[in-house]
Design a protein around this ligand. Structure first.
Ligand code: C2E
Ligand code: CA
Ligand code: CA
Length: 581
């Protein structure tokens, strides 16, 4: 029952009021002067106050004013019960925030009616507040457990759900974690814009949720982890073949294009699968393993599912370790550039240096770029790393130019992700300006695969780069599509024949035939040709006889740190003639 505070100095009235209230079942508190009344109100927060107006020590207006100024008491309803029935006193009371004004003499009905109205209004307000608080709490729980872009469960919820599934599962059943990634998502983000790529994620989320719902697996939970990566916990399975079927059906479901902002978009996905408890018991590790498997699938060209168990364990563990160490290594600058000389096959002159990055891990020692470049690419870290490589290579070329008067062209490898950056030209211009290097001293190496996805956009980027004054070479020629016809459309200066064609060229007839044909066709297209990975004099002789312009390889030198390369610059310029004789 409600608590009511009665502040009344007339003890007779105080008794009557208290009796009426107690008969009605209310609990009462009484005060016979204003300041005690205020103190009791502040201490006990009654549900309602009935107060006289004219009181010793502090009058009714004073009490009301003090109550309304204090956040803990400002909502307590107050009814004046007074003999002052003039209009002015009434107005003053109401203006200060009184809830009702009853003139003495009063009837029991009048008093109780006023009390019930105030209390029921207070209860309604309280009710509304409680509903609002409950809704806010529910919203908060939802936001804490869901991703704001797709409204799918987030990592926190997935962890919880994983534990639920694990506790209910019947051994030896398997609990798979499927990591689903959109193929070529980095490319889409760079080329279609941020907003559109977000819309793609939303469309994929809807599509996947629909697929998952139609599977009718009671515990299945689809969540979003990061960017384009979704995790599916479908529940428990007896056989891995059923998991494979599920993954295949999800891959297959992308056959139809998705509609994104009224446009039809063809999307494919790659799925990596890790199994509890077989691969690991920890969900963090399962996600890492599934990611390794997914990336493996992507490297096979995407549109592919892959079980972690089928990826080499050593490979996988190494990839995970590299991926977790790379951000720190970039922050701490554990990288160094090596330079490999490129030599003119006719004159023996040093014509250029290819910059090749090395990672000095404090415990592992040197990590080869073959191991970490693809991971840096996948995680986007290639952008800061690539820009660092470009800057250091340009600084070095400028330094050699100033100190040794060498006009070496420095060649820098670009990754696909870097090539897709809309501000690539701007970045290169900025680095050239900062290092004060002439653009003719910089060459950028691209690979075929970067150019095949969107040839029109690639041509535009290449033309922009050419307009700066830098040169472009096509790297690893022969490894990919090796189509000379599309080369016609692309503004390359140099073609680098991959080591696999140069190797044993003097004895391998097929390699010899291909290489000589490539050299002569490249010359028809006005391209210079460099043979890569030349290890023997016989290989060098063959290239020289077939009019290859330049060479690079261990025969001259492996990639060297800058100070050693510097000694080579000096020694090569004095011995070039003897080396080629
Ligand atoms: P790549 O661009 O084809 O570089 C040539 C690779 O062949 C280098 O390997 C080099 O050390 C090696 N090589 C050179 N001459 C010979 C030879 O006579 N025999 C043999 N067996 N190998 C030779 P490295 O330095 O391990 O680099 C591997 C790949 O990593 C590079 O292949 C390139 O694709 C990538 N890479 C290296 N540095 C960077 C970089 O700064 N950015 C990017 N995006 N990729 C890089
Ligand atoms: Ca290269
Ligand atoms: Ca190469």
């Amino acid at each position: 029952m409600a608590n009511i505070l009665v502040i009344e100095d007339n003890l007779e009235v105080q008794d009557i009021v208290s009796e009426i209230l107690e008969n009605e079942g209310f609990k009462t508190l009484v005060a016979d002067n204003g300041s005690t009344g205020l103190q009791l109100a502040q201490q006990y927060h009654p549900d309602l106050i009935i107060s006289d107006l004219m009181l010793p020590e502090l009058d009714g207006y004073g009490i009301l004013q003090a109550l309304r100024q204090d956040r803990s008491t400002d909502a307590i309803p107050l009814i004046f019960l007074t003999a002052k029935s003039d209009r002015e006193s009434y107005r003053q009371g109401m203006e200060l925030g009184a809830d009702d004004y009853i003139s003495k003499p009063f009837t029991q009905d009048e008093l109780l009616k006023a009390i019930h109205i105030r209390l029921s209004r207070k209860a309604k307000i309280l009710n509304r507040c409680q509903t609002q608080i409950r809704q806010l709490k529910e919203e908060l729980i939802f936001t804490n457990n869901h991703d704001s872009l797709t409204q799918l469960p987030n990592w926190q919820f997935l962890q919880w759900q994983f534990n639920q599934i694990c506790t209910q599962a019947q051994p030896p059943n398997l609990i798979p974690l499927l990591l689903i990634g959109i193929d070529q998502f980095n490319w889409m983000r760079s080329n279609l814009g941020y907003a559109y790529s977000q819309a793609i994620i939303q469309a994929v989320a809807l599509h996947l949720q629909y697929q998952v719902d139609s599977l009718r697996l009671p515990l299945a939970t689809l969540g979003r982890l990061e960017a384009d990566q979704f995790a599916l916990l479908p529940g428990e399975f007896n056989h891995s073949t059923d998991i494979a079927k599920l993954a295949q059906s999800l891959i297959h479901s992308f056959k139809q294009p998705l509609i994104v902002k009224d446009q039809s978009v063809s999307i494919s996905a790659s799925i990596g699968i890790a199994l509890y408890p077989h691969d690991n018991q920890d969900i963090d590790m399962l996600v890492s393993y599934a990611r390794v498997a997914m990336n493996h699938g992507k490297q096979q060209g995407g549109n592919h599912y892959q079980f972690y168990t089928d990826v080499g364990q050593v490979d996988a563990a190494e990839q995970i370790a590299i991926a977790s160490e790379l951000p720190r290594a970039i922050e701490q600058g554990e990288f160094q550039l090596y330079y490999q000389p490129q030599v003119d096959l006719r004159t023996g002159q040093l014509i250029g240096a290819e910059a090749l990055v090395r990672w000095y891990h404090p415990e592992w020692g040197i990590v080869s770029p073959g191991k970490f470049i693809s991971i840096a690419e996948e995680t986007g870290l290639i952008i800061p790393l690539g820009e660092w490589v470009l800057r250091i290579a340009c600084q070095q070329a400028k330094d050699w130019y100033q100190r040794l008067s060498s006009q070496l062209k420095v060649a820098v490898n670009l990754s696909a992700h870097q090539f897709d950056q809309p501000d690539l030209t701007q970045t290169i211009l900025q680095v050239l300006a900062d290092t004060d290097l002439a653009p003719e001293c910089l060459e950028i190496e691209l690979t075929e695969s970067m150019l095949m996805r969107d040839t029109a956009a690639a041509i535009q980027t290449m033309q922009d780069l050419k307009a700066i004054g830098i040169s472009l070479s096509i790297d690893d020629f022969g490894v990919g599509y090796s189509s000379l016809s599309y080369l016609q459309q692309l503004p390359f200066d140099t073609l680098k024949i991959d080591r696999c064609f140069v190797s044993n060229i003097d004895t391998n007839h097929a390699n010899a035939a291909i290489t000589s044909a490539v050299i002569s066709m490249a010359h028809d297209l006005q391209l210079k040709v460099i043979g890569e990975g030349v290890e023997t004099t016989a290989e060098r002789e063959f290239l020289s006889q077939h009019h290859c312009d330049g060479m690079q390889g261990y025969l001259i030198s492996p990639p060297l740190p800058a100070p050693k390369f510097e000694s080579l610059i000096t020694s090569l310029s004095s011995t070039e003639k003897t080396m080629l004789s």
